[in-house]
Design a binder for this molecule. Sequence first.
Ligand SMILES: Nc1ncnc2c1ncn2[C@@H]1O[C@H](COP(=O)(O)OP(=O)(O)O)[C@@H](O)[C@H]1O
Ligand SMILES: O=C(O)[C@@H](O)C(=O)COP(=O)(O)O
Length: 410
Amino acid sequence: MTALRLGVVADDVTGACDLAGVVTAAGLPASVLLGPPSPADVPADGAACVVVALRSRTAPVADAVAESVAAARWLLGHGARRLYQKYCSTFDSTPAGNIGPVADALAGLVGGRSIGTPATPAVGRTVYQGHLFVDGRLLSESPLRDHPLTPMTDADLVRLLAAQTPRSVGLVRWPAAGVPAGETAEHVLLDALTDADLDRHAAALADGDDLLGGASGLAAALARHWAGSGLATPAALPALPRGGGRVVLAGSCSRRTREQIDAFPGPTVRIAVDDLAADSVQAVAAAVDATLAAIPAGPVLVTTSRPPAELRAVQQRHGRDRAAALVEKALGDVARAVAEEGVRRFVVAGGETSGAVTQALGIRQVRIGAQVAPGVPWTVSTGPRPLALLLKSGNFGPPDLFTTAWEVGP
Ligand SMILES: Nc1ncnc2c1ncn2[C@@H]1O[C@H](COP(=O)(O)OP(=O)(O)O)[C@@H](O)[C@H]1O
Ligand SMILES: O=C(O)[C@@H](O)C(=O)COP(=O)(O)O
């Protein structure tokens, strides 16, 4: 049996796939359990890294902590040698939490402190003097400033984390690696500008017991370290189911997803929240019919995505949470209906959207396949009737993703 070297608690589904994709590419075969885990769940065969994907990023603090602790106990119970807290590379969180409280609880569980960094240079996230940069701009001056749920208006990570925990927060400034002797803070954040910086941190931290955390960058560096030391062995990637229809479901309204929608040349089925509010059964049935009719010609895009001003107007008319719930239910219903008609390959854009779609499809666990771009891997569901799923963060992937993704993979 493969040793479970890394157990990861992730605060959303696409973040979980991002991390699992980059560690698999670095030589540590990974699977994602769409959590919370139940006692009947077991890690997929051959996984040296298991990521539990929660939907806790914007959940109430107490729920996020309880679900994260339960997921961590399940991972440790299945032999995970090291625990990792995955949060967003743009530190997405409300002032009330959840990164600090979850780190406090998980560090308590392993009896150590929490050490980590959101730096992920492969996707343009760097940390210098404790400040987070996105594509060379301070987080607070990046598009994340306008995020609908977690607007990030401060780039100072020490200040952000300190607002979420009563425990002490320290910083390891570039170019130091690992945690220097004499640093006693209970949470330690790490500067990192390049993958080489992350590799030096990983080498210094790989053998300890502390909780590690951050985004996918540090996890990939740990995977490279273990693969380089012979402690991890790459495995053959699962083959993607071929044939059947191809459908893109885009509920993400992020800038990159909207570029991908604009660049898609194929048939596009738009679902309007006003129509869902009036008669969701009818609106979903019409979208399913239009999708099935278009499938023989190639990939079909089904989307609810709107630009920011229109989104705000829809949210004002229907309420933010009700609009989101209508959209997530509709895209889940479309996925289930077209899967029943033989569609076996899906690209899903958006973290919340991916959670809703995989839940509607009844998927518990996915194995990680080939990456289309950094943090954007194909996955294959476990179970008797495997589906190919590419679950991508709103901010990730090249503009032509919805056309080119299908060509990648074994
Ligand atoms: N037209 C719309 N009006 C209101 N909310 C929408 C609309 N389209 C999508 N949404 C909601 O926006 C949210 C997008 O979040 P998510 O799927 O996590 O994408 P991202 O990864 O870009 O953050 C979802 O909750 C979705 O239901
Ligand atoms: O770390 C990241 O940036 C991603 O892995 C991630 O968590 C993205 O979240 P969504 O944009 O909400 O999909």
